[in-house]
Design a protein around this ligand. Sequence first.
Ligand SMILES: NC(=O)c1ccc[n+]([C@@H]2O[C@H](COP(=O)([O-])OP(=O)(O)OC[C@H]3O[C@@H](n4cnc5c(N)ncnc54)[C@H](O)[C@@H]3O)[C@@H](O)[C@H]2O)c1
Length: 255
Amino acid sequence: MYTMQLVENDVAVITGAASGIGRTTAKTFADHGASVVVADVDADAGAETVAEITDAGGDATFVRTDVSDPDDVEAMIETAVSEYGGLDVLYNNAAIEGPVARLGEYDDDAFEQVIDVNLKGVWYGMKYGIDAMLADDGGSIISASSIGGEVAVPQYGGYGAAKAAVSHLTKYAAIEYAEEGIRANAVAPGIVRTDMIERTIEEHPEMEEQFLNTEPMAGLADPQEIANAVLFLGSDLSSRVTGVTLPVEGGYLAQ
Ligand SMILES: NC(=O)c1ccc[n+]([C@@H]2O[C@H](COP(=O)([O-])OP(=O)(O)OC[C@H]3O[C@@H](n4cnc5c(N)ncnc54)[C@H](O)[C@@H]3O)[C@@H](O)[C@H]2O)c1
């Protein structure tokens, strides 16, 4: 537990919170005093996130959500309102990596799926999340972009295009709702040690070396390092920050 509670009494909805960065962020927000709605397609692992939070004395509830389904996303936001009385922070974190392939070999259906989850999922979150925040004195929306949304990372075309669009959508949310007290920002992680990366290494072992050498800082990022950036953007510490994509990538984009 931290002594300084950065999001005390806030209500946070975190998608993709059954694994990796989302789970760590959910636990971090709970440690800092927020009630957390854990949303994911994976109900078993989502329940584990909730158990880890409640075992540590925090407050969390799981809602099974496919972010590419607008009805699910609407119900997810409604859960925050009905369970905890409103919405202060929304972290649109859920995403899939899609295939590792150059554009010529990139499968059509896979491209569509990546856009549905990684981009439209964020859009639905904003759409319903903004509604709830407008009814509740504003709030902070954070969405997951990536270094692949800032520069081209070979063989991640669908993923990178979706992530670039997430950063751009973030700017729209920021300027359209600034006056009403809603801030919108994104984070752009580099390579973070999670199941997403482990899956890719398993399928393409040759990529491990590439991943390890991507960021100027040594090794891979820890999910906690991304969660800390999301906590900053979700808390009043960033009260004048809106419309930005914050890189958390060990200096990769400075090169
Ligand atoms: N790991 C990295 O190196 C890295 C780098 C840059 C950006 N990111 C981004 O960070 C975010 C989290 O990534 P991670 O590494 O923790 O991934 P992860 O695969 O470990 O976790 C992703 C979670 O999202 C869930 N999910 C997938 N599709 C969903 C859907 N349609 N609806 C709801 N939930 C769904 C999964 O069940 C899983 O629990 C993603 O947006 C990812 O693109 C990760």
